[in-house]
Design a protein around this ligand. Structure first.
Ligand code: HEM
Ligand SMILES: [Cu+2]
Length: 567
């Protein structure tokens, strides 16, 4: 390893310490992520305006091309470029050490960028409209798979740079005790990422060989099984990453410490231990695995991973409540919440994300992950309704909220138009809530996902939808357009701030790192035990959640009994 000259900048606004190489890498990865979001967002216009029955904009082939690119640019490139920036932040910045092997990290970035461009090129050429899931025997161009593989290799290398950075922090003793909780969450995300990328390689490399004629066939059932080891765990990376950021925002906005570090860390570990089991919820309609196994897997084992998310969903607002009550917001059950900084988009985005992720993404996920109930919604537009609640309301909105924190801290710019930024999480978050709800409603009526023409015009046999299906898909259109407007504001504010926001003081530089002081929250928060009743408001919120959950779950069992007229 060659020593690259480096310096450490202490940000006067946050006290965080940025190493110069790590800082450039974070900026490059985050900016690329936002470009991917821009592309994916423009494509969302085409997807939404086509699925809106009254508009039905794009021709069928263009629709499928645009849908493929939207899924991939959003779920892979926007998410993962941003996550790499988060990994570098959680290692180098939070642990106050230099980044390991910056040159290798740049190679990782280059591979990811080339991979993303090559893959997009294949899609936009028009002969690779195989959707995000790219199931065989449907085939795309070799460049489609090659792009994905290059990107994955880059992302894998980035994970190793992250692990290497942890080693450097340990060796240089830049922190005491165990790593801070937020970094711990990032470690969990990175471990899952390694598993994910390996699964992806196992299935995409043979498929690439098939596309260039080296391999005769890839078994569709095996493909789906291994693809979902990759596809499902990749979502767990997103979840671990955005939950780490929730903890970070709770600490940044309130100085909140986790109610119990042990419980939170334990919950993160549950993700590593049990998440693979949950991959089975993507195979519930596949003939490959037996019914009994599916039932046991999805009705029992999967809940360990769900449990983990519920713990975080309880302990993060709980920690905020405890911190707020200490500041004197002690009246009634909810003064702490009413007096939260709702005008700060970093906080409001994070909180809107947390509630929506839990109520919409979480409850619908458990419903659709139940072997028997799954068949009500399988392959309907309920599915994207569910996952926009997880990857958009959950992960994307969290990343957006975090960006508002990073603009002055990492990018050293004053935010342009703070008024717009203030409303952005509300516009984007609540339109997305509504978008997900109406999609789920339409899906419950049987409206298929990834379907170009609801009316089946010109088909030999017509199918009559209940009128509500058209109404709901129209509302999907309206909510989608309004969410896209919210996304556009995010891009305008962030890109605008970086390009022409007022430059802020970078802070003092030094050639050496300063270690985390022993009094930092991460060092003193090693407490355990239960602080449950220190947060009565959060307890009430949890009960509301429970009631909503139980009601919705049983409504679906009732509905299932009606769909299936056996008696
Ligand atoms: C304003 C924002 C967005 C809107 C209006 C939107 C809208 C849509 C619509 C209407 C569909 C098609 C559903 C179907 O016909 O099956 C879709 C698919 C999809 N979206 Fe979004 N989306 C948005 C943001 C995002 C984001 C941020 C992500 C990921 C982080 C994402 C990931 C996906 C994926 C993975 C698919 C599925 C593609 C496939 O079926 O292969 N979307 N989106
Ligand atoms: Cu899954």
């Amino acid at each position: 390893m060659t020593a690259i000259t480096t310096s450490y900048r202490t940000c006067p606004r946050s006290g965080l310490q940025f190493e110069s190489q790590a800082e450039k890498l974070m900026i490059a990865n985050a900016v690329t992520a936002v470009v991917a979001l821009l592309v994916g967002g423009i494509l969302a216009i085409g997807v939404v305006l086509t699925r809106w029955p009254e508009v039905h904009w794009l021709a069928a082939d263009t629709f499928y091309m645009v849908l493929t690119a939207h899924g991939i640019d959003m779920l892979i490139y926007w998410m993962i470029f941003f996550e790499v920036a988060v990994l570098y932040f959680c290692s180098s910045t939070l642990l106050r050490c230099r980044i390991a092997t910056p040159k290798v990290a740049w190679v990782a970035f280059a591979l990811m960028l080339i991979g993303a461009v090559v893959n997009n090129y294949a899609v936009f050429k028009g002969s690779s409209s195989v959707m995000m899931t790219s199931y065989v025997p449907m085939m795309a161009e070799p460049a489609f798979y090659l792009g994905l593989i290059l990107f994955a290799v880059g992302a894998l290398i980035a994970c190793f740079v992250f692990f290497g950075t942890l080693v450097i922090a340990k060796r240089d003793k830049t922190y005491q005790g165990s790593v801070p909780l937020v970094t711990f969450g990032a470690v969990v995300a990175a471990i899952i990422a390694v598993f994910t990328i390996v699964s992806g390689a196992i299935i995409l490399i043979p498929t690439f060989f098939m596309s260039i004629g080296w391999v005769k066939s890839v078994d569709p059932l095996v493909y789906r099984t291994i693809w979902w080891a990759f596809g499902h765990s990749s979502q767990q990376i997103n979840v671990a990453a955005h939950i780490s950021i929730w903890y970070a925002v709770a600490a940044i906005a309130f100085g909140a410490k986790p109610m119990s570090e042990r419980v939170s860390r334990g919950a993160f570990l549950l993700y590593i231990l049990f998440l693979q089991l949950a991959s089975a919820h993507h195979l519930l309609s596949d003939p490959g695995v037996g019914t009994a196994w599916k039932v046991v897997n999805t009705s029992y084992f999967m809940y360990f991973a769900v449990l983990a998310s519920m713990i975080h969903g309880l302990t993060i607002p709980g920690a905020i409540e405890v911190a707020q009550r200490k500041k004197g917001f002690n009246n009634g059950l909810f003064e702490w919440l009413r007096k939260a900084p709702w005008g700060n988009p970093t906080f409001s985005g994070m909180f809107i994300s947390l509630i929506g992720f839990g109520f919409l993404g979480g409850i619908s996920g458990v419903m659709m992950g139940t072997e028997q109930l799954n068949m009500i919604i399988h392959n309907t537009v309920y599915v994207p309704g569910h996952f926009h609640a997880t990857v958009v309301v959950g992960t994307s909105l969290t990343f957006m909220a975090f960006t508002y924190f990073l603009i002055p801290v990492l990018f050293k710019r004053e935010m342009i138009n703070p008024g717009l930024a203030k409303i952005q999480p509300y516009l984007y978050g609540f339109s997305m809530y509504f978008f997900c709800l109406v999609m789920m409603g339409a899906g419950t009526l049987g409206v298929p996902r990834r379907h170009w023409d609801l009316s089946f015009s010109g088909a030999a046999m017509a199918y009559e939808w209940p009128g509500a299906a058209y109404l709901l898909m129209g509302l999907v259109g309206i909510a989608g357009v309004s969410a896209i407007a919210g996304g556009a504001i995010y891009i305008y504010v962030t890109v605008g701030s970086i390009l022409w926001g007022r430059k802020l003081d970078a802070g003092s530089k030094s050639a050496r790192f300063t270690p985390i002081p022993p009094t930092a929250p991460s060092a003193v928060a090693q407490s355990y035990g239960s602080a449950g009743f220190a947060a009565p408001g959060t307890f009430v919120l949890a009960m509301v959640f429970l009631v909503a959950f139980v009601l919705y779950y049983f409504i679906n069992w009732k509905y299932l009994s009606q769909v299936w007229g056996l008696s």
